[in-house]
Design a protein around this ligand. Structure first.
Ligand SMILES: Nc1ncnc2c1ncn2[C@@H]1O[C@H](COP(=O)(O)OP(=O)(O)O)[C@@H](O)[C@H]1O
Ligand SMILES: [Mg+2]
Length: 328
């Protein structure tokens, strides 16, 4: 099963520009988490900090006892092998076939024989539904297929932690829905810890076990999906409703005068209709049961007492077969 990632008091600046401060959260082993946030709030910087490519000036990122911020570089390099990364653009080599693109990490980082490489690559190509396209060049396939190829490449080294940076960018809603299902099926098959950075509301509503949001240089909240999905914090409800009214402005934060005017103008933010929490996606028929979902259920039930009322209700409904569809 995947590995827990513990982030403690992380603060990152570039020169005088603080990106976020004092971010603490735990990605539970094998569960799927989503980090939401408007553009420019430092989501990509957060992912790069987790794998130790960027160095926050304060805090720790603990993975199997290795601190990805402060440990010796060789320990960080070793721990980085546990990761699979799917970056924004798929980052495929344009002159290489999908097969060669997906085989690349194996050829680069292992001494496996070509026959073994072929077996692994074809297996991953199958997992992401690209069988038959392995000979194509990235330029010959759709954006959605390129995303899936990027995901297949992230999988060849058997990662225990998978980071996806805006896996939906450039995809239409239907392709995004397929991708959401693929991520859940993948989690059922390999039980890896997954962190998905996105501002796609459909992914946020249907994929993760846990969800957080970055805004205004802070982690607004992080916890079971139901907490954020039922939150009445202005910034969260504005974001989830995709409204203009609220603390999020065009350049991320509105100035104080605009905010005050909005709040007194009756354009009021606090009046969003209560949101219903749609059920989380289940693995496709024939897929194994998500072990992480079973673990998560125990974990969440044990923390019920600390959760807000609306979140508790949503969780209870989701775990009641007659009301929430239930889990196997
Ligand atoms: N290597 C870097 N050097 C300086 N500033 C950076 C660097 N990487 C990102 N930033 C800045 O950090 C902020 C957050 O960027 P990013 O993490 O890409 O946001 P998001 O992914 O949420 O859209 C931006 O203002 C960006 O300009
Ligand atoms: Mg980004």
């Amino acid at each position: 099963m995947g590995i827990e990632v513990v982030v403690e008091g992380l603060t990152k600046s570039f020169g005088k520009q603080n990106i976020w401060q004092d971010v603490s959260l735990t990605l539970p082993a094998g569960e799927v988490s989503v980090m939401l946030g408007p553009s420019g709030t430092g989501k990509t910087v957060f992912l790069k900090s987790i794998i130790g490519l960027l160095k926050p000036e304060k805090g720790r990122v603990l993975i199997n006892g290795v601190d990805m911020v402060n440990s010796p570089e060789r320990d960080i390099m070793e721990t980085r092998k546990l990761f699979g990364l799917m970056f924004q653009d798929g980052a495929l080599f344009g002159s290489m076939s999908l097969f060669d693109n997906i085989a690349f990490p194996l050829r680069e980082h292992t001494r496996k024989k070509e026959s073994e490489i072929r077996r692994i690559v074809m297996e991953r190509i199958d997992v992401v539904g690209l069988l038959g396209a392995e000979g194509k060049l990235p330029g010959e396939i759709s954006g959605g297929m390129r995303k899936r190829a990027g995901l297949a490449r992230a999988l060849v080294l058997d990662p225990q932690i998978i980071l996806c940076d805006e896996p939906d960018s450039g995809l239409d809603p239907v392709r995004t829905a397929y991708l959401s299902q693929l991520l859940i099926d993948l989690n059922a098959q390999i039980d890896a810890t997954m962190l998905i950075v996105t501002h796609n509301l459909d992914i946020a509503a249907t994929v993760p076990d846990n969800m957080g949001m970055l805004f205004c240089r802070n982690l607004v909240t992080f916890g079971p999906r139901e907490v954020l999905l039922t939150s009445d914090m202005p910034v969260v409800s504005q974001f989830l409703a995709g409204r203009r009214e609220g603390p999020i402005g065009m350049s991320e934060e509105k100035d104080a005068a605009t905010l005050a005017a909005e709040q007194t103008s009756g354009n009021g933010w606090g009046h969003a209709a209560p949101r219903t929490v749609v059920p989380q996606l289940e693995p496709s028929p024939g897929m194994p049961v998500r072990q992480a979902a079973l673990r998560r259920r125990e974990r969440v039930v044990s923390m019920m007492g600390q959760l807000p009322e609306a979140a508790r209700t949503a969780i209870m409904n989701s775990y009641t077969p007659t009301l929430g569809g239930g889990r196997r």
